[in-house]
Design a protein around this ligand. Structure first.
Ligand SMILES: Cc1cc2nc3c(=O)[nH]c(=O)nc-3n(C[C@H](O)[C@H](O)[C@H](O)COP(=O)(O)OP(=O)(O)OC[C@H]3O[C@@H](n4cnc5c(N)ncnc54)[C@H](O)[C@@H]3O)c2cc1C
Length: 277
């Protein structure tokens, strides 16, 4: 099947992109790497929109240190994130996530902004930014605004991005000395979306645990985090089981995904111990 597109416009810069979206009367769709959007259009899951291509907007690309924050442009590609030295040093969770996302052709085109805006419940980056306490930057008809990752993901493929808005980038607090980051997931084949996955951070202030593939959007497992802070691993596994809401489908039952989440938590904890030795 071929995609049905009403029109296409390439934006010169962010202002131009926002103007194009504003003129599209609610029918504009942002095109970044196209790895999810074009697939959806080919399957006729979406059609008749004006595609506003933001892929050549230089100001939305790149990684920079800004005080205690790492600023990552929305158009930074998965592969660029995977080899960026600043990210490897200050937010290694993102580096680790890249190896689990699809395969090289998709990693060479897909962007972190596209992944976050698409908000697939089984995607890695949404759970990473939740665990990392990132802030997402939006620009739109009413100006700029920042949204905490905890308030950004609202449901299956649903985010806090409003009509006419563009995600311009994210800011991630830089890892403190001794901070550890681990990502664990289970997928049927390498590069498939995860059946279940976890991002686990150990900071001086405590643990951060975000789960993906086990609910309508990434889930911050606060109960499990508290148990981990008290060294209660069995309690954390039990708490996590109560905090997730896994789907059942042809890939795996809900019960199997719930079981997997507990197994992954124990493995992630042993990864953390291994990192410290
Ligand atoms: C076969 C296959 C396997 C995959 N496996 C995985 C996987 O294992 N894990 C994983 O995480 N992902 C996976 N993906 C998805 C991939 O990571 C995509 O690159 C990503 O989800 C979307 O990024 P993109 O830049 O291509 O966005 P696009 O496809 O261009 O856009 C996706 C959506 O986000 C919107 N959007 C994009 N950028 C912005 C922005 N800056 N502001 C506002 N809205 C925006 C678009 O309008 C669209 O609705 C897979 C994709 C394919 C085709």
């Amino acid at each position: 099947m071929k995609a049905l597109a009403g029109g296409y416009a390439q934006a010169r810069d962010l202002r131009h992109a926002l103007d194009l979206l504003g003129q599209a009367d609610g029918m504009g769709r942002v095109l970044a790497g196209g790895q999810s959007l074009i697939a959806a259009m080919n399957m006729r899951l979406t059609s008749g929109d004006l595609l506003v291509d933001i892929s050549r907007i230089a100001e939305l690309r790149g990684v920079a240190l800004d005080g205690g924050w790492l600023r990552i442009g929305a158009l930074t590609r998965h592969a660029e994130i995977g080899r960026d030295a600043l990210i490897a040093r200050h937010a290694p969770l993102l580096t680790r996530a890249v190896g689990h996302i699809a395969h090289s052709a998709i990693r060479n085109r897909g962007t972190i902004g596209g992944s976050l805006a698409h908000a697939d419940p089984a995607a890695e980056f949404p759970a990473c930014v939740l665990a990392l306490e990132a802030v997402l930057h939006l620009d739109g008809p009413d100006g700029r605004r920042d949204v905490a990752a905890e308030d950004f993901f609202l449901g299956v493929f649903e985010t806090a991005i409003e009509e006419g808005e563009i995600l311009t980038g994210i800011s991630v607090p830089v890892a403190q000395d001794g901070e550890r980051h681990v990502l664990r997931e289970a997928a049927r084949r390498s590069g498939d979306y995860a059946l279940a996955g976890l991002c686990l951070l150990r900071r001086t202030a405590g643990h951060r645990l975000a789960a993906f593939g086990v609910g309508p959007c990434p889930i911050l497992a606060r109960g499990a985090m508290e148990k981990l802070d008290h060294g209660d691993i069995d309690g954390a596994v039990a708490a996590l089981s109560g905090e997730i809401d896994p789907p059942g489908d042809t890939q795996a039952s809900a019960a199997y995904r719930r079981h997997l989440a507990g197994v992954l938590l124990r493995r992630a904890l042993s990864d953390l111990e291994g990192e410290q030795s």
